[in-house]
Design a protein. Structure first.
Ligand code: 5GP
Ligand code: MN
Ligand code: MN
Length: 326
């Protein structure tokens, strides 16, 4: 991040009365945590803050409902059409703004806070650092430059972003600075045990049944990805309907599937309530799944990426396999 961009961002935020925040569609812990963390701090500083994300079905995923600051959220229909100052979080490309892309297009100023290497620089000010473990890292930096305090609520939001994007400090993105930031946030009084339980140790019983269905048809394709190998499975709308399990409860299935040690690549295809397939891909590092998913119309990081498909799981996996080999 250029020093001039940090200064310009701080100046814009200080001068603004109203601030409109946005994160990517189907928000994860980093997207929502970064947005709400800054939102809480700006509201305390006397700003008028609204926050949203551009999903047609506007709902915070159940496992993120413990995050403070959700009273800042407004549905996309109630979002300012031409914001004076808009700030986006964890959004690499305009299409990831979903329904709120037109609002961003009309914003007088748009500060983009992100850590995706694929970020297109679509804002008027770019706070983008692909070396940052999470967007939350950049938000902590921005709060420091604004001289705004990080209290327990803000810390809970930022820690959630950090801990989800580093996979509890297990992924290669876990830098010494990520641990130092965690130490600072824990110092603000948050409960790491409670956050970990909310994020990873709570699922409805139905999750176990749907996980079982997904695992019953898991495939190990050792020839895929140039011999690096791929493990894959899928979850249908029918699987979920049989057990009344909401779509967003299936996010953790990829973390079970990727435990298979033999292949480098793990894939889980999840059918949403509209019949579209959201494809989650993970790599142990030898294969760049981000590149493949970008070629298939999605995006992401080298080791964690995704895209949307409207074909059957078999055809989608064949397409992904060809892209990984190509
Ligand atoms: P997940 O598999 O957890 O849904 O997503 C992993 C990562 O892949 C996300 O952090 C995001 O960067 C990226 N990603 C997932 N789905 C999409 C998509 O449809 N489009 C884009 N551009 N990126 C995606
Ligand atoms: Mn994200
Ligand atoms: Mn992120």
């Amino acid at each position: 991040v250029r020093e001039a961009d940090w200064r310009r961002a701080a100046e814009l935020v200080r001068g603004a009365g109203d601030v409109a925040l946005v994160c990517h569609v189907a928000p994860d812990g980093d997207a929502l945590g970064s947005m709400l963390g800054l939102g809480i701090a700006l509201r305390r500083a006397g700003k008028d803050v609204v926050a949203s994300f551009g999903d047609r079905r506007f709902a915070v995923p159940r496992l993120l409902r413990f995050l403070p600051g959700q009273d800042l959220l407004v549905p996309p229909a109630d979002y300012p059409a031409e914001p004076e100052l808009m700030i986006s979080f964890d959004v690499p490309t305009v299409d990831r703004l979903g329904l709120l892309a037109p609002n961003a297009g009309k914003a007088a100023e748009l500060i983009v806070v992100d850590h995706h290497p694929s970020n297109t620089g679509f804002g008027t000010v770019s706070l983008v650092d692909p070396g940052a473990a999470a967007t939350a890292v950049l938000v902590e930096d921005l709060l420091g430059r604004l001289e705004l305090p990080i209290d327990r609520e803000v810390a809970t939001c930022l820690y959630t972003g950090l801990v989800t994007d580093t996979g509890s400090f297990r992924h290669s993105s876990t830098t010494p600075e990520a641990h130092r930031m965690a130490a600072r946030l824990v110092g603000a009084g948050l409960r790491t045990d409670e956050i970990a339980r909310e994020l990873w140790d709570r699922s409805p019983f139905a999750y176990l049944k749907v996980l079982g269905a997904a695992l019953s048809r898991v495939v190990l394709d050792q020839g895929a990805a140039g011999g690096a190998g791929m493990v894959w499975t899928y979850v249908t709308r029918g699987d979920r309907a049989a057990h009344f399990l909401p779509y967003d409860e299936c996010e953790g299935i990829i973390d079970v599937v990727r435990r298979a040690d033999e292949p480098d690549v793990a894939v889980v295809l999840k059918e949403d309530d509209d019949g579209a397939w959201q494809v989650s891909t993970r790599s142990k590092g030898g294969v760049d799944v981000g590149r493949a998913c970008t070629l298939l119309g999605g995006g992401g990081h080298v080791r964690a990426a995704g895209f949307t498909s409207h074909e059957t799981p078999e055809r989608t996996v064949a397409r992904l396999r060809a892209t990984l080999d190509g």
